[in-house]
Design a protein around this ligand. Structure first.
Ligand SMILES: NC(=[NH2+])NCCC[C@H](N)C(=O)O
Length: 402
C-alpha cells in the first residue's frame, strides 16, 4: 500500500502515529511554554487513550504504523545510525564539543530501538558524567537536560505531510519541534517501503510549514493555512513544486490567512473536513479570513487572486459543490464553543466520508455533528487533549482509497 493522499475524507487505509512515551515524563512546569504545552498529561492514561485511538483506527480497517518503528528499520546500518545521531545533535544545537562527543557515544551505546526512545524521551544531565570538562560545560551543566524531550511527537500530523504521491518534509516553526521532521526524512531515505516517494519540500529550506496547516480537500484542491506556523514563502515554494515539477493533479491552492496566535495555531485547529460537502470550524472563524487562490500561471509563475467572500462560499465555488456547509464547533452555545474549541473540538479525523473520530469530551459539537448526519466515533481524551491537538493532529494519513 503506497502513498496516496488525494482527500481529507476518503476511506483511510494507512496512517502514521506515535504512541506517547517517556518524553511526557520529562516535562516539568518551567519547560511547558518552551515545549508548547499548557499542562502535563498523565503518561499511563495518555497511553491507554492513545492505544484506544489506534484500536479504533484498526477496527475501521486502517493499517497503523508507528514512526519510531519505521525509523528503527531505517537505521539498521551502523553508519546510517551514526549519521542520524550527528544530524540530530546538530539540529538540537548542542554546540559544546565535549558534550556533543559524550552524547554521541552515550546514544550510540544503546540498541537502535532503545536509542530512539532515548532521543524522543530526552537525556537528563544526571544520566552520565562527562569525561572532559571545560568552562562552558560547567556553565551548561547547570541545566537539567543534555537533550530536551520531544513531547509533541504524538502530533504526527505536523512534522511531515503526505500530499498526493509525495511527502512534504516540514521545517517546523519552533526549535522545540524542529528535530521531529528528521525522523521521516530518514525513513524516506533509507526505508525501502518509502524509497520511491518524491519529496516536495525539505526541512532545510528557511521557511516554516507544518502539516496541521496542509489539508488535501480533493484531488484538485489543497487548502493551506498561512498561520503562526506556516510562512507564505513556504506555500509559494510548495505551489511551484506541485504545479511545475510534478505530474500531480492539484490545480488550486486555497491559502487561508488565519490569525497568528496560539488559539488558531494551525488551520486544522480551527477547520477540518468531515464529509465530501461538510466541514467543522471554529465558531468565530468566518469574520477573520482572507483567502488567496493560487493557480498555475504563465512562464513558471503563480497566478493569485484574493477572495473576500465567506469561507463557505469560497469552498462552494472551488470545490464546485453548492451543497458545501460549515458546521460550528460548539454550535450556538457560546461558552460550549469556547470550551470545546480549547479542547480541539474542531479537530476531527475522517475515516471515511461522513464518519469521524472525535474526542469524547467535546459532546456538544459531537451531538451537532450527529444531528447533521455525521457518524462520530468517540475516543477518551482526558490526557491526550492536554497537548492541544485532536485526532487529526495525532495522525498522518499515508493512504486514502475510494
Ligand atoms: N496539527 C495540529 N493542530 N497540531 C497541534 C500541535 C500541538 C502542539 N502542542 C504544538 O503546539 O505544536
Amino acid at each position: 500500500m503506497g502513498i496516496n493522499v488525494y482527500s481529507e475524507v476518503k476511506r483511510l487505509r494507512r496512517v502514521l502515529l506515535h504512541r506517547p512515551g517517556l518524553e511526557l515524563e520529562n516535562m516539568e512546569p518551567d519547560l511547558l511554554e518552551e515545549l508548547l504545552f499548557e499542562d502535563i498529561p498523565f503518561l499511563k492514561k495518555a497511553q491507554q487513550e492513545h492505544d484506544y485511538f489506534a484500536d479504533v483506527l484498526r477496527t475501521n480497517g486502517v493499517h497503523v504504523e508507528y514512526v519510531t518503528d519505521l525509523l528503527a528499520t531505517s537505521l539498521s546500518e551502523d553508519s546510517i545510525k551514526e549519521q542520524f545521531v550527528k544530524e540530530y545533535l546538530e539540529l538540537s544545537e548542542v554546540k559544546n564539543e565535549y558534550i556533543k562527543e559524550a552524547l554521541e557515544e552515550y546514544l550510540l551505546s544503546f540498541e537502535t530501538k532503545e536509542m530512539i526512545n532515548k532521543i524522543v524521551g530526552g537525556v537528563r544531565i544526571n544520566e552520565f558524567k562527562l569525561k572532559k570538562e571545560n568552562f562552558s560545560t560547567k556553565v551548561r551543566l547547570n541545566k537539567q537536560f543534555y537533550l530536551l524531550p520531544l513531547p509533541n511527537l504524538y502530533f504526527q500530523r505536523d512534522p511531515v505531510a503526505f500530499v498526493g504521491k509525495g511527502i512534504v518534509i516540514n521545517r517546523m516553526r519552533t526549535k522545540a519541534r524542529r528535530r521531529e521532521s528528521l525522523f521521516m526524512k530518514y525513513v524516506v531515505k533509507y526505508n525501502n517501503d518509502f524509497k520511491n516517494t518524491p519529496i516536495y519540500y525539505d526541512m532545510t529550506l528557511p521557511f516554516a510549514i507544518e502539516g496541521g496547516d496542509v489539508l488535501v480537500l480533493t484531488e484538485k484542491v489543497l487548502a493551506i493555512g498561512i498561520s503562526q506556523r506556516t510562512d507564505p514563502e513556504a506555500v509559494e515554494i510548495l505551489a511551484k513544486k506541485l504545479f511545475f515539477e510534478t505530474d500531480e493533479s492539484f490545480e488550486t491552492i486555497l491559502a487561508i490567512n488565519i490569525p497568528k496566535k496560539r488559539a488558531y495555531m494551525h488551520l486544522d485547529t480551527i477547520f477540518t473536513m468531515v464529509d465530501t460537502d461538510k466541514f467543522l470550524a471554529h465558531s468565530q472563524l468566518e469574520s477573520s479570513l482572507l483567502v488567496y487562490v493560487i493557480k498555475k500561471g504563465k512562464d513558471g509563475d503563480l497566478e493569485v487572486i484574493e477572495e473576500n467572500k465567506s469561507l463557505e462560499e469560497i469552498l462552494q465555488k472551488y470545490l464546485e459543490n453548492g451543497q458545501v456547509k460549515i458546521l460550528k464547533c460548539g454550535g450556538e452555545d457560546e461558552i460550549a464553543a469556547k470550551r470545546e474549541q480549547w479542547n480541539d473540538g474542531s479537530n476531527v479525523l475522517a475515516v471515511k466520508p461522513g464518519v469521524v473520530i472525535a474526542y469524547d469530551r467535546n459532546y456538544v459539537t459531537n451531538t451537532l455533528l450527529r444531528d447533521n448526519g455525521i457518524s462520530v466515533i468517540e475516543i477518551p481524551s482526558s490526557e491526550l487533549s492536554r497537548g492541544r491537538g485532536g485526532p487529526r493532529c495525532m495522525s498522518m494519513p499515508m493512504n486514502r482509497g475510494d
